[in-house]
Design a protein around this ligand. Structure first.
Ligand code: NAD
Length: 358
């Protein structure tokens, strides 16, 4: 099979880590008989420098016409002085909107060999952490009505959390389908004891649940969910939640698994998805062969699974990453005593070597 992938390396370490993910995909292509055709596009600071805008029309068009998008990271010190609408980060929001990406998937996985990197007590981490957070990405308070007005108490401001039934059912469907393929447990996180929007959210999730009897569903209020993530992270399999709650909870979950350099993400919608590491452009590491490429390589594995339905190929990449970590190789961000230090390229070479081994 032949697949078209739009490649947006972006800024800082973005080009270095996406180059490694491309090498991995090409190796997978060789082994399994697929052809991946990459079309490189400009997004973020690099596009600002060339065209004066962070997300050129041509980039949007190529991404829309592709089977999926692999993105590095955008932003950097150079562009920090620009006004909001001219910042490189606008490219991310623009792409999410243009591609209709309403579901953000963020796995939080603690590798056995990296348990020392977990900031939680060792007896809590011992049970393992393997959570998939499904965050609604295009609705809720980040997109609702907002404004300011004068009141007796001075200037006031408001934002509105609004969710429509179909917005909730489509993200719930995504979460139930994922739970079916995993450990069949879904936790809905809301604030239904206080918020009307959460009561509708919960009713819609319960309605979708009728179609997935094999999945065990429970509900947690968001304040309790943030506590349980620290107290007993092993209890979670898939979590589904709103845009704002998901924003907060997914950052919390990423921290309990150690390095930001290890975690991938996927944003899905009706068409092809967009895949990117959760980290930024790390300007402090750019050009030093010191960035951990694993978050981007695992994003490529998610692309294989979720956009191209190539499950075996995705597992092959994930197993290769695990094997290299188990062999004791570490980039600087995950280095610990007695382990073998490697740079960006060497880490990728090791992963690629494992891909050809059955
Ligand atoms: P960052 O994620 O770039 O870096 C935070 C810390 O993590 C730094 O110490 C960095 O060295 C380290 N780090 C990040 N990725 C790593 C990797 N692969 N391997 C090893 N260490 C890694 O966040 P920041 O410093 O707050 O932001 C830098 C720039 O990136 C800013 O311009 C910001 O706006 C942008 N940013 C972009 C995205 C994105 O493109 N999705 C996300 C977050 C931040």
């Amino acid at each position: 099979m032949s697949y078209n992938i739009a490649l947006a390396p972006g800024d800082g370490i973005g080009p270095e880590v996406t180059a490694q993910a491309v090498r991995v995909l090409n190796e997978i292509g060789k082994r399994f008989g697929h052809e991946f055709k990459f079309t490189e596009v400009d997004a973020g600071g690099v596009a600002l420098d060339k065209y004066g805008e962070p997300l050129p029309e041509e980039t949007v068009k190529i991404c829309k016409d592709s089977d999926s998008v692999l993105l590095g990271a955008v932003g950097g010190w150079k562009w920090d002085v620009l006004p909001g609408d001219k910042r490189p980060e606008r490219a991310l929001l623009g792409l999410r909107q243009a591609l209709g990406l309403y579901a953000n998937l963020r796995p939080a996985l603690l590798f056995d060999a990296l348990k020392d990197a977990c900031p939680l007590r060792s007896d809590i981490a011992a049970g393992g952490i393997d959570i998939m957070i499904v965050r609604e990405l295009t609705g809720g308070i980040y997109f609702g009505d907002r404004g300011r007005k004068q009141t007796d108490l001075g200037e006031a401001a408001w934002d509105t959390e609004l969710y429509a039934w179909d917005e909730v059912t489509r993200i719930a469907e995504t979460a139930f389908k994922l739970a079916e393929k995993r450990r069949k447990k879904l936790t809905n996180v809301d604030k239904a004891n206080v918020l009307e929007s959460s009561r509708l959210w919960r009713a819609a999730v319960l309605e979708v649940a009728k179609k997935y009897p094999s999945v065990e569903l429970d509900h947690l209020y968001v304040d309790n969910a943030t506590m349980q993530l620290i107290r007993e992270p092993g209890r979670f399999d898939v979590i589904v939640t709103t845009n704002m709650f998901g924003d907060i909870i997914s950052d919390e979950a990423s921290q309990i698994t150690g390095s930001i350099g290890m975690l991938p993400s996927a944003s899905l919608g009706a068409g092809g998805g967009m895949y990117e590491p959760i980290h930024g452009s790390a300007p402090d590491l750019a050009g030093r062969n010191a960035a951990n490429p694993i978050a981007t390589i695992l994003s490529a594995a998610m692309l294989l699974r979720h956009s191209l339905s190539l499950e075996e190929e995705a597992l092959t990449v994930e197993n290769a990453v695990k094997a290299v970590i188990n062999d004791g190789y570490r980039t600087p961000d995950i280095m610990s005593e007695g382990m073998k230090p490697v740079g960006t390229t060497e880490m990728s070479d090791l992963i690629i070597n494992k891909l050809s081994v059955d």
